[in-house]
Design a protein. Structure first.
Length: 113
């Protein structure tokens, strides 16, 4: 059984930062590509970034430079650093084991103007 548990969301003002965490249980983390996705109200879920087991990263073009994904394999945790947040970043952010049917429950990020 694999569980992904996100944390770190909240309400911030535009320009502030947040750090999201996703803790994984089970045996998949060390070899899984992990991704962060987000879904804003009335919009489709979209990829934010992913990181491979070896640490290679990829970002949505529109978010490069503001968001940073990282992982700590010893802690079975993947992180998403959100900087210079904008109101349009408001969404539920989900952690996902890419290529596997494992998703977290999501953590809400709300950015006020």
């Amino acid at each position: 059984q694999v569980q992904l548990v996100e944390s770190g969301g909240g309400l911030v003002q535009a320009g502030e930062s947040l750090r999201l965490s996703c803790a994984a249980s089970g045996s998949i983390f060390s070899f899984a590509t992990m991704g962060w996705y987000r879904q804003a109200p009335e919009k489709q879920r979209e990829l934010v970034a992913f990181i491979t087991s070896s640490g290679r990263t990829n970002y949505a073009d529109s978010l490069k430079g503001r968001f940073t994904i990282s992982r700590d394999n010893a802690k079975n945790t993947v992180y998403l650093q959100l900087n210079s947040l904008k109101p349009e970043d408001t969404a539920v952010y989900y952690c996902h084991a890419v290529g596997m049917n494992y998703w977290g429950q999501g953590t809400q990020v709300t950015v006020s103007s």
